[in-house]
Design a protein around this ligand. Sequence first.
Ligand code: AMP
Length: 297
Amino acid sequence: MRLVRSVADLRALLKPLWNEGKRIGFVPTMGYLHEGHAALVRQSASRCDVTVVSIFVNPTQFAPNEDFAKYPRDLERDQALCLEAGADVLFLPEVAEMYPTGFQTHVEPGRLAEPLCGAFRPGHFRGVATVVAKLLAMVQPDLAFFGQKDFQQTVVVRRMVRDLNLPVDVVVIPTIREEDGLAMSSRNSYLSDDERERARCLSQGLFAAEEAFRHGERDPEQITTLARQAMAGADRLQYLELVDAQTLEPIQGPLDRTAALCVAAYVGATRLIDNVVLAPTVGEAGLNVSLSPTHGD
Ligand code: AMP
């Protein structure tokens, strides 16, 4: 596995591979990697000739009051995980490499960036879209891998790729969870033992809603209430919303389309997010509905 820190070195390394028509897979991350990231890397390694992983804690997607400075970092462990999962190139740009003096051009996502996390993290998805667009331009992958864990991010990135005609296929893989259901996240390392115990309630609430949905519940209010009741162990729910999986608009009336139940909550001082996708069967909704979140648009 090669470590590369500059865009120039990355291009020099990738150029022959582009020219040879190698299939390149790309996994952008912020590091402090866990099995969720490893699943993305493995997926890429199994489908591509070359897998590039980036680790970059992107300052422009953090608000001034957020955890940019204390975001966990452990390069040695990340390197071992990437190697084990099958990465070929680890790209580790510095902030000055990504945002040199005079940087002033951004990707501005539209309405999809407004609800859910966008409502509580102004500018977050502008930062995400900009850095992902830059990384895609640097790596020029055939496939780029993202986790369903950050559901709104996958929708915003897919839309950007489509709107800007970026020549890449976006692949979304399911959320990888701890044994008790908690979605794996670099931020789980912030949790105390008591908080870690209470954090389980978020996935439990989502699973309860999923179970009710599977048994035929189609009332958004009922589904959301069931989840909310199970989430009492969180200190504060920032949002819990059932939204159309493609438009991210709230579901009004009976659930007849693929939807995502999305939550953001504080457990102690740590903000956690999670979601489940609820897809009506073909028989119910007709063949117009895309059942696979991987190919949602
Ligand atoms: P991050 O390092 O948190 O920016 O995440 C990098 C990529 O890994 C994003 O596409 C995330 O959605 C994905 N990811 C993070 N956690 C998980 C998880 N538990 N399961 C699957 N993918 C994940």
